[in-house]
Design a protein around this ligand. Structure first.
Ligand SMILES: Nc1nc2c(c(=O)[nH]1)N=C([C@H](O)[C@H](O)COP(=O)(O)OP(=O)(O)OP(=O)(O)O)CN2
Ligand SMILES: [Zn+2]
Length: 143
C-alpha cells in the first residue's frame, strides 16, 4: 500500500481588536521606556491577520488534510469569538495579567486551537500579521 502524502493546509482570518502594551511585571517607568507610544493609556487598534497551518496526511478517500469548513469552525471558536472587536486587555481574561504582545496572542491562539482539534499534533504554525510590517510565528516551541 502506498504511503499518504503529507500536505500543509493554511487558512486565514482577520480580527479587529484594541490593546495597550503594559506589563504588570514592569514599573510604570519601565513600561513607558520599553513600550513607548504603545504604552499610551488610550490604547490603539489593529486588524490582525492570522494564518493557521495544519500539517497531515492527505486522506485517500476525501483528498483532504482537513475539511476547510471544519477548520473554519475551529478558528471561529479559537480566534474570532474570543478576540474579534474586543479590547484584548479588558475583555479577554487571559490578558488581564499578561501583556498583549503579538507573541502572547499567537500562543493564546495556539493553545485554543490545540484544545479543539481532533488531532492536536496536526497544528503546525500560527502566524500573525499585527501590521503589514510586524509578524509573529509560533510553532509550539519552548526554550
Ligand atoms: N516584539 C513585539 N514588539 C512590539 C509589539 C509586539 O506585539 N511584539 N507590538 C507593538 C505595538 O503593539 C504596535 O502596535 C506596533 O505598531 P507600530 O509601531 O505603529 O507599527 P509599525 O511598526 O507597523 O509602524 P511604523 O510605521 O514602523 O511605525 C510594538 N512592539
Ligand atoms: Zn499594538
Amino acid at each position: 500500500m502506498s504511503k499518504a502524502p503529507i500536505a500543509y493546509l493554511t487558512r486565514k482570518e482577520i480580527f479587529s481588536a484594541c490593546h495597550r502594551l503594559h506589563s504588570p511585571r514592569l514599573s510604570k517607568e519601565e513600561n513607558a521606556q520599553v513600550y513607548g507610544k504603545c504604552n499610551n493609556v488610550n490604547g490603539h487598534g489593529h486588524n490582525y491577520v492570522v494564518e493557521v497551518t495544519l500539517c497531515g496526511p492527505v486522506d485517500g478517500d476525501t483528498g483532504m488534510v482537513m475539511n476547510i469548513n471544519d477548520l473554519k469552525k475551529y478558528m471561529d471558536n479559537a480566534i474570532m469569538e474570543p478576540l474579534d472587536h474586543k479590547n484584548l486587555d479588558k475583555d479577554v481574561p487571559h490578558f488581564s495579567n499578561l501583556v498583549s504582545t503579538t507573541e502572547n496572542v499567537a500562543v493564546f491562539i495556539w493553545n485554543n486551537l490545540k484544545a479543539q482539534l481532533p488531532r492536536p499534533t496536526m497544528l503546525h504554525e500560527v502566524k500573525i500579521y499585527e501590521t503589514e510590517k510586524n509578524i509573529v510565528i509560533f510553532r509550539g516551541e519552548f526554550d
